[in-house]
Ligand binder design. Structure first.
Ligand SMILES: [Fe+2]
Ligand SMILES: [Fe+2]
Ligand SMILES: [Fe+2]
Length: 520
C-alpha cells in the first residue's frame, strides 16, 4: 500500500461505512461491515474479529459491540492489558500484546493475542477504543499505521452518531416521563386522600396489566393502560372528606355524592393526547357494567371503552380482597367465584375469561404488593407461572431465603433483570433500557421497604447493614439512570453487570440470614 492507495482505500471505506451506519446506528452491524470491507486489504494482516470498548464516567472500559467474538455477557471476558486500566485514551493507534481471559461456555480460557488499538475521540475527548487483532509478532509499517489512524478518526465520527441517536431516544422518553409524572402526582394525591396508601392503585394497575396481556392487547395499548389505570379514581380529589373518609357504610345520599367521582375525573383529565384520553375513558367508565346497570351513564357492552372494562375487573377484585374500614376482606376464592358469576352482568365476559386465565399471575402480584407486614413463617403456595426460558440468570432454588413472600419478591427482581438483559442483547434501544431500569428501581424500593418493615417488626439483628446496602443500591441505580442519559451504550452494560453481582451477592449473603426469623 502506498500513500495514494492508502488514501483511496480509506476514503472508500469511510464512504461505505457511513452508508451502513446511516441505515442503522447499530455498532455490531458497523463492525461487521468494517471487517467485510477490510477483507480486501490483505497486506494489513487483520484477523476477521474485533470489538468496540467504551468508557464509563469512572474510566472503566466496557465491550459494547463485537464482530467474530463472543459478546461480553456470554464470556465475562477480561481485557487484561494496562491500556484498559488507563482512563486516558491514547491519541494514536498502537499495537499491544494482550492475554484474553474469560469463560467461554463452561471452560476458562486464556488466549494470547496481539491487538491494534484504534482510539475513539469525540470533540477531543477520548471515549474508548476499537480493537482489532493481528497475528503474533506482527508489526505495521508507518503507512499502515497512518491508515489505521485515519480509520480511527472515521470510526469516532460513526460511534458518535450512534451515541447521539441513543441520547435522542432518551430525551424523548424524558419528555414522556415528565408528562406521566405530572399525571402520577395527581393519582398519588387522590390515593392518599382516599385510603392513605398507593397500594390499591399499584395492585389494581398490575392486575389490569395481567388481564390485558391475557386478552392479547398490543404492547402500545398495554403501555397506555399501565400509565392511565392508576388514574381511575382521580376524581375522588373532588369528593368531600365527610363522604370520602367516612368509616362506615354510606347513606344513599352520600353514595350519590361518591358516584360523582367518575364525572369529576373526566373533567380533570381534559386534553387531546392518547394518554389523557385513555385515562379519561377509564376514570369516566370504570363503574359502568356490561349489562348497562352501572354508573354514571348506564353504558352497555362495547359502548364501554375496552380499557375501562379491564380496569373494572381489576378494581373490583382488589376492593373485594382488601380490608376496608367498613368490611373484612373476602377470600381470593370467594372473590374469584363472584367475578366469574358476574361475567356478562357486571363484567365483560372476555375480560373475565382473561382474568381467570391470568389468575396465577394475579395471585403473585398480590404478594408482590402487599400492604401488611410480611410474616416470615407464612408458607406460600402459589400456582406455578411460566418463567422465561433460557434466562440469563435463572432463578435457582438455593437462592431461597426460606421466607415464601421474600423469595417471590426476589424472583420478580430476577425476572426484571432478565427482561433488562433481553432488551440490551436484542438491542431494543436505550428507551426500553431506561424503562426497565425505572421498573427495577421502583420495584426494588417496594421490596426493600417490605423487607425492612419485616426486619424491624421481628427485631432482626442485621437490619442496619441491610438498610445501608439497600440504600447504596438505590443510590447506584439513580446514578446509572443519570449515566444512561450521558452515555447510553456503556451504561446499559455497566448496569447489567452491577445488578447481577449486587442481587445475587446481596441475596446469598445478607438476605440468606433472614432465615433466622423463621425459627424465632
Ligand atoms: Fe372508582
Ligand atoms: Fe431482598
Ligand atoms: Fe435485603
Amino acid at each position: 500500500m502506498d500513500s495514494k492507495a492508502k488514501l483511496s482505500a480509506i476514503s472508500n471505506l469511510v464512504f461505505e461505512l457511513t452508508i451502513t451506519n446511516s441505515m442503522t446506528p447499530d455498532l455490531d452491524a458497523l463492525l461487521e461491515r468494517l471487517f467485510e470491507l477490510l477483507k480486501h486489504q490483505h497486506d494489513l494482516q487483520l484477523e476477521p474479529r474485533g470489538a468496540i470498548l467504551l468508557q464509563n464516567p469512572r474510566g472503566r472500559y466496557f465491550q459494547v459491540a463485537q464482530c467474530g467474538m463472543e459478546p461480553a455477557w456470554n464470556t465475562r471476558m477480561h481485557w487484561d492489558s494496562p491500556v484498559f486500566s488507563d482512563p486516558v485514551v491514547a491519541r494514536h493507534c498502537q499495537i499491544e500484546d494482550i492475554v484474553l481471559t474469560g469463560l467461554s461456555g463452561e471452560r476458562h480460557a486464556s488466549v494470547p493475542a496481539r491487538m491494534v488499538l484504534l482510539p475513539l475521540h469525540i470533540e477531543g475527548q477520548g471515549i474508548g477504543y476499537t480493537v482489532m487483532f493481528v497475528p503474533p509478532g506482527c508489526e505495521m509499517s508507518a503507512i499502515h499505521m497512518e491508515f489505521m489512524n485515519d480509520l480511527a478518526l472515521a470510526l469516532s465520527g460513526l460511534v458518535q452518531r450512534a451515541l447521539t441517536n441513543e441520547t435522542l431516544c432518551i430525551r424523548e422518553l424524558e419528555l414522556e416521563d415528565a408528562r406521566s409524572d405530572a399525571l402520577r402526582s395527581l393519582w398519588v394525591a387522590s390515593g392518599y386522600r382516599d385510603n392513605g396508601t398507593g397500594w390499591h392503585v399499584m395492585r389494581m394497575s398490575n392486575f389490569a396489566q395481567a388481564i390485558a396481556k391475557a386478552m392479547g392487547l398490543s404492547e402500545a395499548q398495554r403501555e397506555l393502560l399501565y400509565i392511565a389505570a392508576p388514574m381511575h379514581d382521580v376524581g375522588k380529589i373532588g369528593i368531600e372528606d365527610a363522604v370520602l373518609r367516612k368509616p362506615g357504610k354510606l347513606t344513599p345520599e352520600e353514595y350519590e355524592v361518591m358516584k360523582t367521582h367518575t364525572d369529576i375525573g373526566v373533567t380533570i383529565l381534559n386534553g387531546k393526547d392518547a394518554l389523557i384520553a385513555a385515562a379519561r375513558d377509564i376514570a369516566g367508565s370504570h363503574h359502568e357494567c356490561w349489562d348497562g346497570s352501572g354508573y354514571p351513564r348506564g353504558l352497555k357492552g362495547e359502548q364501554i371503552p375496552l380499557l375501562a372494562r379491564i380496569c373494572t375487573v381489576a378494581d373490583v377484585f382488589d376492593a373485594l380482597t382488601s380490608t376496608r374500614p367498613y368490611k373484612q376482606p373476602w377470600s381470593v376464592e370467594a372473590a374469584h367465584d363472584w367475578i366469574m358469576a358476574e361475567s356478562g352482568k357486571h363484567f365483560d365476559p372476555a375480560a373475565v375469561r382473561a382474568f381467570d386465565e391470568a389468575m396465577p399471575e394475579i395471585l403473585r402480584i398480590r404478594e408482590l404488593y402487599r400492604d401488611d407486614i410480611i410474616n416470615p413463617k407464612q408458607v406460600l403456595s402459589l400456582p406455578p407461572i411460566k418463567h422465561r426460558e433460557n434466562a440469563w440468570i435463572p432463578w435457582d432454588d438455593d437462592l431461597s431465603v426460606g421466607i415464601g413472600v421474600i423469595d417471590e419478591h426476589h424472583r420478580y427482581l430476577f425476572d426484571l433483570l432478565n427482561d433488562l438483559h433481553a432488551v440490551v442483547v436484542n438491542k431494543r434501544g436505550a428507551r426500553q433500557v431506561a424503562r426497565l431500569i425505572k421498573a427495577l428501581d421502583a420495584y426494588a424500593k417496594i421490596h426493600f421497604r417490605a423487607e425492612e418493615q419485616m426486619m424491624a417488626h421481628y427485631g432482626f439483628e442485621g437490619i442496619d447493614r441491610q438498610l445501608n446496602q439497600h440504600h447504596a443500591f438505590e443510590e447506584k441505580i439513580s446514578e446509572f439512570y443519570e449515566e444512561l442519559h450521558a452515555n447510553p451504550m456503556v451504561a446499559q452494560f455497566d448496569v447489567l453487570a452491577y445488578l447481577r453481582n449486587w442481587l445475587v451477592g446481596h441475596i446469598r449473603v445478607e438476605d440468606a440470614q433472614l432465615v433466622a426469623l423463621t425459627r424465632a
